[in-house]
Design a protein around this ligand. Structure first.
Ligand code: B1H
Length: 852
């Protein structure tokens, strides 16, 4: 920490430097040339685009570091309350364009590089997406970081620096093939390794009774393996503020380089093996979305990053002069992103009680005041439960702590309710052949607030996912322990950077770029929604985005698209509940309709390009089959001379943040068609509408709220409602589950092998998918169409017909598009994060002055 003697010397040094790095184009060029020559050892006359990207990245990193350091110093000086977001995933996407925009360097960078004959876009393309997340949950964490910085909130993110991020998806013969994503490559210029910031993390070992330094009886966790967590900092600049926050990611390192003893001895290989074992912890992201595999390594990863993060934030707290433990809740708020970091409840207790010697009851009060938990899904297969046996081996002290917490908790409950089923439901332990620890229950018990991610989802949490907890909260006068925090997305990345033409329209019509930090300003666009001049510019904006998409599709798929076609997109993880299968079945139906028409009739049909993209978890057999089906159907339709011009279906490979940035601005229609009650929120729905796309959707997740904000006329709603699902399932079980004749025809085509010619294996697989949907007759055997594809199909077809009819009236479509995009204020993460800060964290903005 600070050393006064050193400080004086450093102040002299600081005076030698020209304070902050200057930001005029010429200084940026100088800094670029210096990095090329001295940091990267290139010459100014001989470098590749990749070198240029790296050098430009380092130019930005210099500026990010200045701002990060000054922001930290300011937070310390002001002794602010801090928020800490704990997440196993951050799907941050490319840094460069976003950093330039948020640091307000767009103009000077453009000028600096144009003068050198370089396009910024070409530099951006050199960056590989850091893909340290699966899907919505990880991307939400990244949008949250952007808003926390933009709102000048003293909040940091903590997570894992995986060496291998989300796998790259290759499509071979129509099937998904997973390729490793070693995203770090030759190093990422935007991250700052901190070899000086490390914490030990213990795994396995045993608990011994003993005396502590004060001579008091205590329990000590000893033995096992110790790995070091090393910090890598990723500066997160805010927009229109001088604050830059930090995303601190932990990398696992062995405790010591192999010691000489071992090196010279025969167990050299053991030493290397120990090193590999340590490094395994942060090696790879598990590619599951909305489901989990109970793998031991996954629990080790979770504990690893949670322990390092809590040690780090407690260290920051006790660095403050004369700290008192009772002040902890005034200085620290922690958000647990899903159950993945919820071992934090036991680790917080362990650090306070065993390491800091805080008495148990006080420690529990502090824990339950500081921690909060967000639930992201109602899918039962995603609720983590760890076998007690596994956890006892890995984290013996934590299991003791959880046991003690549960004992006290159950005693209280029995006193209140007597011994009944509510006791078993609320227990942290699940009894059965394999006794398990329910991480959701632990999280709720240990939290101050619990939240869902959209209004409907929060209601489902109360009524169905955790009804007994909700009852308990109501009975104890705390119904507000469960609150709703509807998700959002950051308009900086998803409008300003991804769709510069749209950003320019908003700024021009509204007279300033204030809308970028206050989306309610967009309401000012509504008075122009019928203005033909705006209509012309709006359609031009869509055309620009479609051109860019056409280039992308040509490059990745060698697919040519007609730019007058309606662009219909569904991009998200492949999952049965998201119903990409239903979308594909609809495309087959549309194809069959076209085939039946005369050429003259076909002329009148709206042209459509249907794009579907997304990764399937590597072990999810049906999801992978759906990808194969989409590819096969696309091949038939696109190559049929009768229909090829009117209807195209393509599977977009390797969907990722940078692909989303090209796809989303170009869409006319996007599909958000999960069975009602299954998609907690969805966030791409928000991105599409912000970019002037309209939605075909079910009354699910955030669709409901988007419709409320934008107007019913802007959304093509279909399908059953959440409260109808149970009744439909019950009737189906009794054998009443009719299949629409149009869907029968689609099934027939699949069964006839129209999409699997010469591929007997694929044919059998496609038939199995269809059989599953049809396995709905005969009492008691209803387990096939869990997501009601058959039930919702007819209304889905109707909704699509309405899309075509509405699209035919260009002025009407344009009006709806403007109306919807201008009504999206609620879905900025700035609104979401302000609510978290107010209602859950009690963290206040702390904008730092320009110069410190
Ligand atoms: C969401 C996940 C998820 N919900 C487990 N749950 C994971 C669960 O690796 N795992 O084990 C990974 C991810 N992801 C998504 O969160 C929801 O499905 C979306 O509806 C929601 O918009 C998003 C953000 O809240």
């Amino acid at each position: 920490d600070e050393n006064p003697d050193q400080k004086e010397k450093m102040e002299k040094l600081w005076k030698l430097m020209e304070t902050y790095e200057p930001n005029d184009p010429e200084s940026i060029q100088k800094s670029f040339a210096r990095h090329l020559e001295y940091s990267l050892a290139c010459t100014r006359f001989n470098f590749t685009m990749q070198d240029a990207y790296r050098a430009a990245g380092l130019v930005l990193r210099d500026r990010l570091l200045e701002s990060l350091n000054d922001t930290n110093a300011y937070y310390r000086k002001m002794d602010v309350k801090r928020g800490y977001y704990l997440s196993a995933e951050y799907l941050i996407g490319r840094h460069m364009q976003n950093a330039i925009a948020n640091l307000d360097l767009e103009q000077p960078f453009k000028e600096a590089f144009h003068a050198l004959g370089m396009q910024l876009e070409d530099l951006f393309h050199e960056e590989v997406d850091p893909a340290l997340g699966n899907g919505g949950l990880g991307r939400l964490a990244a949008c949250f970081l952007d808003s926390m910085a933009t709102l000048s909130l003293p909040c940091w993110g903590y997570g894992i620096r995986y060496s291998y991020g989300m796998f790259k998806q290759d499509i071979q013969n129509g099937r998904q093939v997973e390729m490793p994503d070693f995203w770090i490559g030759d190093g990422c210029p935007f991250e700052i390794p901190r070899p000086d910031i490390t914490y030990p993390v213990r795994l396995y070992g045993e608990v011994q009774e003993g005396l502590n330094a004060q001579g008091e009886w205590c329990l000590n966790w000893v033995g096992g393996d110790i790995v070091q967590a090393m910090a890598y900092d990723n500066p997160i600049p805010g927009f229109d503020t001088y604050n830059t926050n930090n995303l601190r990611l932990w990398r696992a390192c062995p405790t010591k380089e192999f010691d000489l003893d071992q090196y010279s001895a025969a167990n050299f290989t053991d030493a290397v093996e120990a090193r590999r074992k340590a490094e395994d912890l942060s090696a790879v992201l598990y590619p599951n979305d909305a489901s989990y595999e109970g793998r031991e390594l996954r629990l080790r990863q979770q504990y690893f990053f949670v322990s390092a993060s809590l040690q780090d934030l407690l260290r920051e707290f006790i660095k403050r002069p004369n700290y008192k433990w009772s002040e902890l809740p005034e200085k620290v708020a922690v958000q647990m992103n899903d159950t993945h970091p919820t071992i934090a409840v036991a680790e917080f207790m362990r650090l306070l009680v065993d390491v800091m010697h805080v008495p148990w009851d006080e420690a529990w009060e502090l824990t339950t005041k500081c921690l909060n938990y967000t639930n992201h899904t109602v899918m039962p297969e995603a609720l983590e439960k760890w076998p007690v046996e596994m956890m006892t081996r890995m984290l013996p002290r934590h299991v003791q702590i959880i046991g003690e917490l549960n004992l006290r908790w159950i005693n209280g409950l029995v006193a209140k309710y007597g011994d009944g089923p509510i006791i078993a439901a609320l227990s942290i332990f699940e009894e059965g052949d394999v006794k398990k620890i329910r991480m959701g229950n632990l999280a709720i018990m240990g939290s101050n607030k619990v939240n869902g991610v959209a209004a409907l989802h929060t209601e489902i949490i109360k009524k169905e996912t955790f009804p007994d907890f909700y009852k308990y909260c109501c009975d104890t006068g705390a119904p507000d322990k469960i609150v709703n925090m509807t998700n959002g997305v950051t308009p900086r990345r998803w409008v300003h950077c991804a769709n510069p033409a749209l950003s320019a329209i908003f700024t021009k019509y509204l007279g300033s770029h204030e809308w970028l930090t206050d989306m309610t300003k967009l309401k000012g666009m509504l008075k122009f929604k019928e203005d033909p001049k705006l209509h012309a510019e709006w359609m031009e904006m869509k055309k620009t985005a479609k051109k860019k998409l056409a280039g992308f599709l040509k490059e990745t798929l060698d697919l040519e698209i007609d730019q007058d076609a309606l662009i219909d997109i569904q991009i998200k993880r492949i999952h049965e509940y998201k119903r990409q299968f239903m979308n594909c079945l609809y495309v087959i139906h549309r194809y069959q309709q076209l085939k039946k028409m005369s050429p003259a009739e076909r002329e009148k049909v709206q042209k459509r390009v249907v794009l579907i993209g997304g990764k399937a978890a590597s072990a999810y057999v049906n999801a992978k089959l759906i990808i194969k089906l989409i590819n096969n159907v696309g091949k038939v339709i696109n190559n049929d001379p009768d229909t090829g011009k009117l209807l195209k279906l393509a599977f977009v490979p390797n969907y990722r943040v940078s692909a989303a940035e090209v796809l989303i601005p170009a869409s006319d229609i996007s599909e958000h068609i999960s069975t009602a009650g299954t998609e907690a929120s969805g966030t791409s729905n928000m991105k599409f509408v912000m970019n002037g796309g309209l939605i075909v959707g079910t009354m699910d997740g955030a669709n409901i709220e988007i419709r409320e904000e934008c107007g019913e006329d802007t959304m093509f709603i279909f399908g059953c409602l959440e409260h109808e699902v149970a009744g439909i399932a019950a009737k189906a079980k009794e054998g009443h589950y009719p299949i629409d004749s149009r869907l029968q025809a689609v099934f027939q085509a699949i069964r006839n092998g129209e999409f699997s010619k010469g591929e007997p294996e694929a044919h059998a697989e496609f038939c199995s998918l269809v059989d599953k949907l049809c396995n709905t007759h005969g009492a008691g055997t209803w387990d096939g169409d869990r997501y009601l594809v058959v039930h919702d199909f007819p209304s889905f077809v109707d909704a699509q017909a309405k899309v075509d009819a509405t699209y035919a009236d260009k002025a009407k479509w344009c009006k709806l598009s403007i109306q919807a995009a201008s009504s999206m204020a609620k879905f900025s993460t700035d609104r979401t994060i302000s609510e978290y800060a107010d209602v859950i964290w009690g963290v206040k903005p702390a904008p730092r002055p320009m110069e410190m």
